[in-house]
Design a protein around this ligand. Structure first.
Ligand SMILES: Cc1cc2nc3c(=O)[nH]c(=O)nc-3n(C[C@H](O)[C@H](O)[C@H](O)COP(=O)(O)O)c2cc1C
Length: 331
């Protein structure tokens, strides 16, 4: 078994400390495992430029490589993630969300590891509708994995870390990783603070153990630490909710599923049906909904664009010129 700890924090600071404590727990669960730790601070990971080269390569029958990876350290982290069976991922909260480097990595990693999108293309290769050999694609990239998320914030409560663990979830859902924990570590404004909180350290060890034990055993459940608020979404275990005004329907912004909101004895209650839970974003059904939706989008837009192509090209050039003339700044 390969176990990987990733810290997006400062070297030897709080994210490092907590991820390493979770790795101690992982070792308790499997003393023979190969364990690696990586701190990303010194890695140069640029943003996704939206060039589309990965998707175009896939459509041409090739691997969906990130061409930007030739220029920076992205592959260092991607290769480690592909190697791992169990992952502990810790990131500091910067302005309510995980630090930007995490998101830059996710934008380039997670979309290219969307299980439904890849299998959709491979099915088309098999029927001859798309070029390429389906069996050439390295499907071991989608091997079974467990992951646990630790969000590290300086604030004393969840109030200023509100989108920490929620955003960490976007790393693992496209390749359908099984989430064993998401944990808000608050009060982490001073380096070394975790060592002064034995319950926190114990929780990290438990997270490590569950991330390993949950790999082969479905009876090992998601970690719900004592003293933390109750979850609302039973799939991602988060408490964020999108209200659809004028209705009692709400959505989990992480899983994309609908729930019903009610007030019982003066308290808000949200229920997500079994059917909705089965179409959460991190399931094959949920990912496939999106693959299908994107194909539908192309079918709607392509004829419209083709019918107006000349006019659209002209208009775009004119409006760029209008802007430069009126406002003045060229990029
Ligand atoms: C630019 C910046 C923004 C921050 N924003 C938040 C925040 O919104 N909420 C919070 O709880 N902590 C915030 N913090 C505090 C860090 O999350 C905290 O110090 C954490 O321990 C840093 O992780 P590290 O020790 O692993 O580097 C911020 C820190 C920095 C540098």
């Amino acid at each position: 078994m390969n176990i990987l700890g990733i810290s997006f924090g400062k070297k030897n600071a709080n994210s490092d400390i907590l991820v390493k404590e979770a790795l101690f727990g992982a070792r308790e669960a499997n003393p023979d495992a190969h364990i690696e730790f990586i701190n990303t601070l010194r890695l140069n990971i640029g943003r996704c430029t939206g060039c589309g080269a990965c998707s175009k390569a896939l459509e041409k029958g090739k691997d969906n490589l990130c061409v930007e990876a030739r220029k920076d350290d992205f592959s260092v982290l991607e290769d480690k993630v592909r190697w791992a069976d169990c992952i502990i991922l810790g990131a500091p909260v910067y302005a309510l969300q995980p630090v930007g480097q995490f998101k830059d990595f996710v934008d380039r990693f997670s979309c290219r590891h969307d299980y439904s999108a890849i299998t959709w293309v491979l099915d088309k290769r098999r029927t001859g509708e798309m070029p390429g050999n389906a069996d050439d694609f390295p499907m071991e990239r989608f091997k079974k994995r467990t992951v646990s998320y630790i969000s590290i914030g300086g604030a004393t409560t969840d109030n200023w870390t509100s989108m920490g663990t929620a955003t960490l979830h976007i790393f693992g859902f496209p390749p359908m990783m099984k989430v064993m924990a998401n944990y808000n570590a608050n009060c982490m404004g001073t380096v070394g603070n975790p060592y002064l909180d034995q319950k926190l350290i114990d929780d990290m060890h438990e997270i490590g153990r569950r991330t390993v034990n949950g790999y082969n055993d479905d009876s090992v459940t998601f970690f719900k630490p004592e003293g933390k608020p109750a979850e609302v979404c039973p799939v991602c275990h988060q408490r964020l909710i999108t209200i659809l005004p004028g209705t009692t329907t709400v959505e989990c912004p992480i899983c994309g599923i609908e729930g019903q909101l009610s007030i019982e004895d003066g308290a808000v209650k949200v229920e997500f049906s079994e059917a909705q839970q089965k179409r959460a974003r991190g399931t094959f059904a949920g990912l496939r909904e999106h693959t299908t939706e994107i194909q539908g989008f192309g079918a709607i837009c392509a004829p419209k664009i083709m019918a107006n192509k000349e006019m659209l090209d002209k208009m775009m050039k004119e409006r760029i010129k209008d802007f430069e003339t009126a406002i003045g700044n060229k990029d």
